[in-house]
Design a protein around this ligand. Structure first.
Ligand code: SF4
Length: 376
């Protein structure tokens, strides 16, 4: 047996690979060996025959942002003619449509608006909780929390405590990208650094909010940056489980959607390979599932890769299709063409992979009965 296979077998049996071993495997391990180990790790966490999904809507409450990430096509600077902040009437229509479709979650994310105070976010959450109690509020990724903390002069914990009291249920993993400051400094120098991103999530987990981790790859980084990002997540999850019993519920990754100015404007990155192919995405997904042996759920990224590739990702260790996303504005403006899907499309994709589709809520609790023997 090869040395690499021995490492994969160890992880498949419940062991762990070191970051050094991970770097070797990331570059050298055969695709099928990674895939087999990924499926083994997946099946340790969840029922092997089930894939979950939820009905949700992505609402981007404002596109005003002062952070100027080089890869972002979504935001507009303050004062730009195309800026917006959604008002209650627009939100009511969007959330009513979601409720009518049987939705259970609204994913609420936006830019870093310099003039919105914390009371604005609190009022938004409490209004949503009162008008649409059936919708869980998964809102404000770590960079938005850091932005609010900065505007108000509050700690992350103080911001999260106030937002939780107003109706916040969970913090999405946006803004994770590559959690290595060498890369963050190049692609988004004004954005939350690694330690702050992790600290926001640790505080959210301490408060009993659900959280996920996301990773965008293909900024021109090297494999070592990807391993350092994954190591930071794996260690943070362990720390949170040890201290308050709640870590990240899920991980999702996708390649940079670089049909944007990022791919064209920055001379310093010319010649670097940006984004990633379908095959690279699937290999990366398998590897991450093996390396992040402690995070329970892995989502297939259909919004960036499409349903056909997502179906293949279900055979690379993913156990969840995420949400149906009635609406998506961020990755679609960066070049992705997969903006929303119907519940039927998600179910069919899962069934084509030979697996059983089951609706869930934001805590990954199953909302519909499945075949006998499902263990979660
Ligand atoms: S990615 Fe987020 S923080 Fe960065 S510019 Fe776009 S909206 Fe702003």
């Amino acid at each position: 047996m090869s040395e690499l296979q021995a490492i994969l077998d160890r992880v498949a049996d419940g062991g762990r690979m070191t970051p050094e071993e991970g770097l070797r495997l990331y570059v050298e391990a055969p695709n099928d060996a990674l895939r087999d180990a990924a499926v083994a790790v997946r099946n340790r966490h969840v029922d092997p025959g089930t894939v979950t999904f939820l009905i949700d809507r992505n609402v981007n409450y404002t596109n005003v942002c002062t952070t100027d990430c080089k890869f972002c096509e979504f935001y507009r600077p303050p004062g730009h003619a195309e800026t917006y902040v959604l008002d209650r009437d627009v939100l009511r229509v969007k959330l009513s449509e979601l409720a009518a479709a049987g939705g259970t979650r609204v994913l609420l994310q936006g830019g870093h608006h310099p003039d919105l105070r914390i009371e604005w976010y609190e009022e938004l959450l409490s209004w949503m909780r009162d008008e649409f109690p059936q919708l869980q509020r998964d809102a404000f990724s770590p960079p938005e929390i850091e932005h609010i903390a900065h505007v108000e002069g509050l700690t992350f914990a103080e911001v999260l405590e106030r937002l939780k009291a107003a109706g916040l249920d969970g913090v999405p993993g946006g803004g994770g990208e590559i959690l290595d400051d060498e890369i963050r400094q190049i692609v988004s120098p004004k954005k939350t650094k690694t330690a702050a991103w992790l600290q926001v999530m640790a505080e959210a987990q301490r408060l009993g909010l659900y959280t996920s981790a996301s990773m965008v790859f293909g900024f021109g980084e090297e494999p070592r940056h990807r391993i350092s990002s994954l190591t930071a997540l794996r260690d943070a999850h362990d720390r949170s489980i040890a201290t308050h019993g709640l870590g990240f519920l899920a991980f999702i990754s996708w390649p940079l959607q670089h049909e944007s100015r990022y791919g064209h404007v920055f001379g310093e990155l010319k010649g670097l390979q940006l984004g990633g192919t379908e095959e690279e995405y699937l290999r990366h997904t398998s590897f991450c599932r093996v390396f992040l042996d402690n995070i329970p759920h892995f989502q297939a990224s259909w919004p960036t890769m499409g349903l056909d590739v997502a179906e293949r990702a279900l055979r690379c260790g993913c156990d969840d299709m995420g949400g149906t996303m009635m609406e998506e504005n961020v990755v679609s403006q960066a070049g992705s063409v997969h903006c929303s899907v119907s519940e039927q499309q998600v179910r069919k994709t899962i069934e084509r992979a030979g697996l059983e589709a089951r609706k869930r809520d934001s805590w990954y609790r199953l909302l519909e009965p499945g075949a006998a023997g499902a263990k979660r």
